[in-house]
Ligand binder design. Sequence first.
Ligand SMILES: [Ca+2]
Length: 441
Amino acid sequence: MQVYADVQIESQIICPGSPPLGSDSTVENLLKVPALKSCGMTGKGVKVAIVDTGVNMSYLNSQGKNPGFDAANSWKPSSSTVVPGSAPVDHGTMCAFDVCIAAPDCTILDIALLTTQRSGSTVMEGFLSDAILAYRHLLNILATQGRPGENKSLVVNNSWGMFHPSWDYPVGHPGNYSDNPNHPFNQIVHTLERAGADILFAAGNCGKDCPDGRCQGITANTIYGANSSPYVTCVAGVDTTKKRVGYSAIGPGRLTNKKPDIAGYTHFSGSGVYSADGGTSAACPVTSGVVAAIRTKRPLNTSDPATSPSAIRSLMFSAAEDLGPTGYDYLHGHGVVSTQKMIDKICKSEVPPICVRYPWICQWLCRYYPHLCTTNGPLAGIEPTQETDMSSTLEKFFENPQHDDELILGFLAGLLLQKSDAVAKADNPESGKKKDCGCNG
Ligand SMILES: [Ca+2]
């Protein structure tokens, strides 16, 4: 019986090789993607760099994902033969697919760093030399003056990390990466964040319940180097029932204690690249997609601190749904990524409450006063009604005697505005022209 009970417990936790649990549609529902979309949070105009094995855009299209592709700003290491955007279907294509769950209209930059052939004295050394070049390239993109009105936001997805301390110089060695904030790659990560990029890293797959084989049994303090930088969002993994997957790395992190920061959904059937979009490798781009969706409405403006990467991180962390022990914990960070509070904060707060409750009142206002509904107007984002006859709307209004005072006042205000405008036009048909005061002969 004891053995049976153990098997039952084991079967409830997702491990490497477990079958997928749920699909990308499940994740779409969990992230309230339709609500994001109706608010215009689709990632449109937002660049998302997939720092990975390369992306295959036509495969993404065949899977129903049609993000933009920025070939000019894509990049590959000099030792690589991959063609950005046309890479063999692999890990990077899975990541791009998962970004598109919450940000279907984003623009993908293929940064094919993981195809590097460069070697060094340690597993990490040669790789990190190219990682620095990749990040320098991303810095140049942020430094380039965009067109007026262009969304300058850049989200950087990193579903990679080192698996074992033997891949690195020992802690204390001047070349050490894992614990050394002064390592040039850790430094450039900070520089890129200061320049305005939202950088996300996977927490890694060395969680103690069922670590990836490459962890070689090391499951404590496995969030190494940039994955644990204070300037990035470090993403743990939960399944589509919000249960932590057994391989998701547990904090604390090496460079900063409180890692991971947040959990993303993983181990679902999605891109079709593998049987499951798994690992913290999938949790990370799912979360990057949410950041890209936010950035549609909160584009980077380097002179506005409310749009800084740290402000976006705070927003994400405060909106997360707490899991496990109350408050921040080393298994889930602040909890699983959640969009509801962001939808409330970013979408609804931009619109007066009366318009949220009774959109048609404001749609009529926009019909008569389009200037109220332009980008900077108090009713920005509301589309004017296409109706020409208000009487049916009026009838509908009076058919319901249950209206509260707020609604009645709002409705009256709308009618009065319409009325006063009509009166002004009738009284002075020339009001649109410059008046002749007759005072200067
Ligand atoms: Ca918690």
